[in-house]
Design a protein around this ligand. Structure first.
Ligand code: HEM
Length: 473
């Protein structure tokens, strides 16, 4: 045997041994954690393969309801087996604070793996040092001064939305979701991406459809976790090729946005146009990323692409959901404040514990536990919000919230990994709601009672929300 072959064999052997050792270590940790966590309350198990999956029902709608049921039945904390994967679910603000406020638990839970092919490792899904560097680069893009510059775009896009709604208002009701999505998609492109890109309506529809189809795939993977890993996905998922097609559509869409921006990008202009605040350069998001690539090499083309897909998604789908629910509530109640409590667009998040964590009721969760934080259920805790399903904006009067726990209201998450686009979203929502209310009287078609919520990536209804728009003039 020649020496090169021998060396290669030794390398292969070492790599294989390392892989086996790593797998054994993971297995050991996972068995050790299982033993500790199985003492927690939770639904009955239906064997090793199924775990608690039968408890979750057979549709996204039932899954959503069952999660609410579990939150009540096993309050304040329960464990859940989806096949071999065990996770711990938190529904009180006290326990949520323990996880969210400590940067050691900064890694996202296994469900985010479902989005890795699509969102890669952008700000939402990355962790550790990479997340820290990106958060530092991107934070100035959401500074007050930059957001102020976006108000004219919000207004312009709102006017277009009003025109579209006026056309639709001749009908007995409007299914609002698609119109609202167009609005938030254009807004994020013209503000954070800084490009007046005229999408072909066909491409926009393809993107929208691909994103919605990902919700169906998300549900499938959640209930069939062996499809989360690529190999299991290829072997067992009926959606493998559909997921690839959707991912390609969404990547193509964000590539076009980057290409359009690159045509006009000028580092010097970007600096001047968005002014200088206390000597610091302030730029819109994509300007900032392109500058970072050009000047400091802190990010490359792939890095820019993963942030653009992340922000295109997180920056429009969340606000579209929020605005749709807000309009439905306005049509029924003529008030707005607590819409995000009742309908938080991001209704759960998930983390992996970076160290052991003792919950408020004394349970000790071991390091590496997958923890789900159910924002939807935290917002419906009757101890904090009496008669929680009731729409009552007075809950947010200063005197009523001054003693409320800061982690009892979490639509934008909290702690170091909170939503970077929170102020952006509030500004955009306010601009849209004010303009819509001054142009239309809204009459209810759908109500809180008749809509059906489904388990999706963001909070959605089974059918589009319907509202009647009556022009004021
Ligand atoms: C009503 C609208 C919105 C809601 C309810 C919302 C909610 C949230 C929540 C709950 C998180 C935490 C996610 C997690 O821990 O997994 C988050 C993170 C994030 N949001 Fe938002 N968001 C909204 C709008 C926006 C907008 C407009 C943008 C961008 C312009 C944005 C960009 C992001 C990003 C990039 C992250 C990840 C931050 C990090 O991990 O450092 N969001 N959002």
């Amino acid at each position: 045997m020649n020496t090169v072959l021998q060396i290669n064999l030794v390398i292969v052997f070492i790599l294989l041994a390392l892989y086996i050792l790593r797998s054994l270590q993971t297995l050991y940790i996972s068995i050790k954690n299982h033993v500790k966590l199985q003492k927690l309350p939770g639904p009955p198990r239906y064997g090793i393969i199924k775990g608690n999956v039968p408890y979750l029902g057979d549709s996204p709608e039932v899954l959503f309801q069952q999660l609410r049921q579990a939150a009540k039945e096993f309050y304040p904390v329960y464990r859940f087996y989806v096949a071999h994967k065990i996770s711990v679910h938190l529904v009180t603000h006290q326990d949520c604070e323990l996880v969210m406020s400590n940067p050691i638990h900064n890694e996202k839970g296994y469900v985010y793996k479902m989005t890795h092919k699509w969102l890669k490792f952008g700000l939402l899904t990355s962790f550790g040092q990479k997340w820290q560097i990106r958060r530092k680069i991107l934070t100035p893009a959401f500074h007050f001064n930059i957001l102020q510059g976006f108000v004219s775009v919000f207004n312009e896009q709102t006017e277009q939305l009003i025109d579209a709604l006026k056309d639709e208002s001749k009908k007995s009701y409007v299914e609002i979701n698609s119109l609202i999505t167009q609005f938030t998609l254009k807004t994020i492109t013209e503000t954070a991406m800084g490009t007046k890109f005229n999408f072909q309506r066909k491409n926009e529809r393809n993107y929208e459809k691909a994103l919605h189809d990902m919700g169906k795939i998300f549900y499938h993977k959640f209930t069939h976790p062996w499809c989360i890993e690529e190999i299991g996905n290829f072997l067992f998922s009926p959606f493998f090729f559909e997921e690839r097609k959707n991912t390609k559509t969404m990547h193509q869409f964000s590539k076009e946005v980057i290409q359009e921006k690159e045509k006009t990008f000028n580092d010097e202009e970007a600096t001047e146009e968005h002014s200088v605040y206390k000597g610091k350069k302030r730029r819109a998001m994509l300007d900032l990323l392109l500058s970072a690539k050009k000047n400091e090499s802190a990010i490359d083309d792939d890095g820019i692409q993963e942030e653009v897909v992340t922000f295109m998604f997180e920056g429009h789908d969340t606000t579209a959901a929020a605005l749709s629910f807000m309009l439905m509530l306005l049509a029924n109640n003529e008030n707005v404040q607590e819409s995000l409590r009742l309908y938080p667009s991001v209704y759960f998040i998930s983390r992996i514990l970076g160290e052991d964590l003792r919950l408020t009721n004394g349970y000790l969760l071991p390091k590496s536990t997958n923890v789900f934080i159910h924002i939807y259920d935290v917002h419906r805790n009757p101890d904090v919000y009496p008669d929680p399903e009731r729409f009552d904006p007075d809950r947010f009067l200063p005197e009523n919230c001054q003693n409320r726990h800061p982690y009892a209201y979490l639509p934008f998450s909290a702690g170091p990994r909170n939503c970077i686009g929170q102020k952006f979203a509030i500004l955009e929502l306010k601009a849209a709601v004010c303009a819509i209310l001054s142009n239309f009287v809204l009459e209810p078609i759908d109500t809180q009672e008749n809509i059906k919520l489904v388990a999706d990536i963001v909070l959605r209804t089974k059918e589009d929300i319907k509202i009647k728009f009556i022009p004021r003039f």
